[in-house]
Design a protein around this ligand. Structure first.
Ligand SMILES: Nc1ncnc2c1ncn2[C@@H]1O[C@H](COP(=O)(O)OP(=O)(O)OP(=O)(O)O)[C@@H](O)[C@H]1O
Length: 318
């Protein structure tokens, strides 16, 4: 079931076209990683979802209906600019925010206790936010997004500046939220983390979604590649039918099949390498999210619209 649909959003700030036909959806129970260069339009999209910014055109729907103020109150939002009251104590602040979202005093207090416990900041309940380290402020910020028990999470760079333990805590919370059936969308520049955590990923460039899909789906390439480690150079592969040498560094050669390759060309590659020297490693190579990202984001911006549509199709848009 589709939960949150972002449909053809356009947004211009003065002369800056921040969003251009931004379209994707985030399904119930999935973690959606939203990635793209600085200024690509992630925060703008999230702000529009939250209603803190108005789009020029396009729609945001939740379960098929245009999102309104009531449904927005059921979103847990972590803004990029953060939004805590620096001089307010952690517990007071969280209780206040929970009450603002409609929880009664008892439920608000219980929720504050639960989230400060879960996020490892229970000892900080009596501290003013400005006295906390940045990482702990960020934990409070996540608690603030969760304290009213929202039905959907929209988190703008929740992992930035966190230590590895805090990253694990934050990741576990997002996984739990998704496992409870909530759609979770988060932006991040930490691509390995996005790759590890997300069920689906959307790569945005210049205000448009240029590739979207499951990690495995995105990593699938049109032509298979293999990395062969052993022979001292790539000469063994130079005249091999059905493949071309993509790179060669010392005893590691990467080859890619071409359009004429037989289904079992991998066997031919291995045999040819073994005939040249002992093979220590032979593996199918699939691009990491970082590599995909670089391909998509640094693709010729002049051919922007065309390559955007191509990338989405080629990568199997969901
Ligand atoms: N309030 C604003 N006034 C004018 N231009 C803005 C404003 N907010 C954003 N922009 C511009 O809109 C574009 C999209 O910005 P946005 O903050 O959405 O990108 P982002 O993908 O979140 O970037 P980052 O990864 O750096 O956070 C950028 O060109 C930015 O300069």
């Amino acid at each position: 079931m589709t939960a949150l649909e972002i449909d053809a959003l356009d947004k211009t700030y003065g002369t800056v076209r921040a969003l251009r036909d931004m379209t994707f959806d985030v399904r119930a129970g999935e973690i959606f990683g939203f990635v793209g260069s600085n200024g690509a339009g992630k925060s703008t999209t999230m702000r529009i979802v939250l209603g803190v910014l108005a789009q020029d055109s396009g729609d945001v729907r939740w379960d098929g209906r245009p999102i309104d103020a009531d449904t927005r109150r059921r979103i847990g939002y972590m803004p990029e600019e953060r939004g805590l009251y620096p001089r307010m104590k952690v517990a007071d602040q969280l209780v206040y925010l929970a009450r603002l979202h409609g929880l009664d005093a008892r439920a608000a207090h219980a929720s504050m206790e639960r989230w400060t416990e879960t996020l490892g900041i229970a000892e900080r309940r009596g501290d003013e936010v400005l006295k906390l380290s940045l990482g702990n402020q960020q934990r409070v910020q996540l608690a603030a997004a969760l304290v009213h028990e929202p039905d959907i999470l929209v988190l703008d760079e929740p992992f930035s500046g966190l230590d590895p333990v805090a990253v694990d805590v934050m990741s576990a919370v997002l996984r739990d939220q998704a496992a409870a059936g909530r759609p979770v969308v988060f932006s991040s520049h930490q691509l390995e983390l996005v790759e590890r955590l997300s069920d689906r990923v959307g790569i945005v460039r210049a205000g448009s979604m240029v590739a979207v899909g499951g990690i495995e789906e995105l990593r699938r390439t049109e032509h298979r590649r293999w990395s062969v480690q052993g022979p001292p150079d790539a000469s063994w592969a130079a005249d091999l039918a059905g493949v071309r040498v993509v790179s060669s560094a010392g005893s590691t050669t990467v080859v890619e099949e071409d359009a004429t390759a037989a289904a079992d060309v991998d066997q031919a590659v291995l045999h040819a390498a073994l005939a040249a020297a002992p093979v220590r490693e032979f593996a199918l190579v699939r691009p990491s999210l970082s590599e995909l990202y670089r391909d998509v984001v640094t693709a010729d911006l002049g051919a922007d619209t065309g390559s955007a549509a191509e990338a989405t199709t080629a990568r199997g848009a969901a």
